[in-house]
Ligand binder design. Structure first.
Ligand code: PLP
Length: 360
């Protein structure tokens, strides 16, 4: 069996230990005589899986007791509508920072439900930086202030959160979920699709401060109403059972590794290997300003389209897959989420150095 180094932005690689455990438990989960795929979501055995996953997530992220944890479906993209339906309900206004495609999509979707203001944007330089924010631009009576914390496509991340005062801060953390500790209490809500760093596709985790709930618009579809999902402990209807189970295994793996401080240390080490190489290469260069670089997604280019294509082709043949950049940036992107071992990044950098030598 030959496993590749998978640099996909999502769905992305999972820890090998998790895949092995899932394989071992496939036919008979803990003596139940069934796969987790087959069991009732109302069964006692499944209840311990979903409750266990929530407990582990609370512990790892240090989630305060006055926050609900919801295991939902529909991806991060569904929350682009659910967030305004649930929260843009007092003054009908919200502020957005446009740092890339995902922030822009959230902004455009929310415009269907109220008055949305883009308080800053980095579109002028292909989203290669996090824009400086001018508080005078903020809407004083906005119902919330929205950011995309880690910009998967462009490889930028907020190192400092916007100071929104009393206005609730909401962040899409899809591509930096569990990559390092965050202070949940600074947010009214954080959420993300699980397929980047937490689980396979099909699960969306929303962490919401309780006082935000209960004000959804009357037209809000039942399935998008966070209060209803919270009242039913994410079991209003059938949840993505198997994905939640894998999520629990990933959380156990993280805990075993020493939690988010430990994984952050490993992620910093991995990113440094790649950024140091890019900063010293004459052929490859990173596309993001140094101070806003993501630990998770690293876009880079050469100065020729032909060379980019040749690199991607040869890298794929050598077992480094999914390195093609998003079409809006071009070039390459290495997504180095939690599950990517240090060795994967070291080997990639070795391969890049050899390629540079052979082609210059
Ligand atoms: C992938 C991604 C999304 C879209 O997620 P879906 O689950 O496919 O809807 C949204 N935001 C960010 C930051 C992402 O990386």
């Amino acid at each position: 069996m030959a496993r590749v180094y998978n640099f996909s932005a999502g769905p992305s690689m999972l820890p090998e230990e998790v895949l092995k455990k899932a394989a071992a438990e496939m036919l008979d989960y803990e003596g139940s005589g069934q796969s987790v795929m087959e069991m009732s979501h109302r069964s006692k055995v499944y209840d311990s899986i979903i409750k266990g996953a929530e407990q582990l997530l609370r512990e790892l992220m240090n989630i305060p007791d006055n926050y609900k944890v919801l295991f939902l479906q529909g991806g991060a993209s569904t929350q682009f509508a659910a967030i305004p339906l649930n929260f843009m309900n007092k003054n009908g206004k919200a502020d957005f920072v446009i740092t890339g495609q995902w922030a822009k999509k959230a902004y455009q979707e929310a415009q269907k439900y109220g008055e949305c203001k883009a308080v800053a944007s980095s579109a002028d330089k292909t989203f290669s930086y996090i824009p400086k924010l001018d508080k005078n631009e903020f809407t004083k009576d906005a119902d919330y202030f929205y950011i995309c914390m880690n910009n998967t496509i462009y490889g930028t991340v907020y190192h400092e959160l916007p100071d929104t005062g009393d206005v609730p801060l909401i962040a899409d953390i899809s591509s930096c979920f569990l990559s390092e500790p965050i202070d949940v209490s600074k947010f009214a809500m954080v959420y993300g699709g699980a397929q980047k760093n937490v689980a396979p596709a099909g699960l969306t985790i929303c962490i919401i401060r309780e006082d935000m709930l209960g004000n959804a618009r009357d037209i809000t579809p039942t399935m998008l109403n966070y209060q209803i999902m919270a009242d039913n402990d994410s079991l209003y209807n059938t949840p993505p059972c198997y994905t939640i189970y894998i999520c629990k295994l990933v959380l156990e793996w993280l805990k075993e590794m020493g939690g988010l401080e430990a994984i952050k240390e490993r992620n910093v080490k991995k990113a440094k290997i790649l950024y140091d190489f890019l900063d010293n290469s004459k052929m490859f260069k990173g596309t993001v300003v140094a101070e806003d670089r993501s630990l998770m997604n690293v876009p880079f280019v050469t100065d020729s389209e032909e060379l980019n294509a040749k690199f991607i082709k040869e890298a794929t043949e050598a077992g480094f897959v999914n390195l093609k950049g998003h079409r809006s940036v071009g070039g390459m992107r290495a997504s180095i989420y939690n599950a990517m071992p240090v060795e994967g990044v070291e080997k990639l950098v070795e391969f890049m150095a050899e390629f540079e030598k052979a082609n210059s």
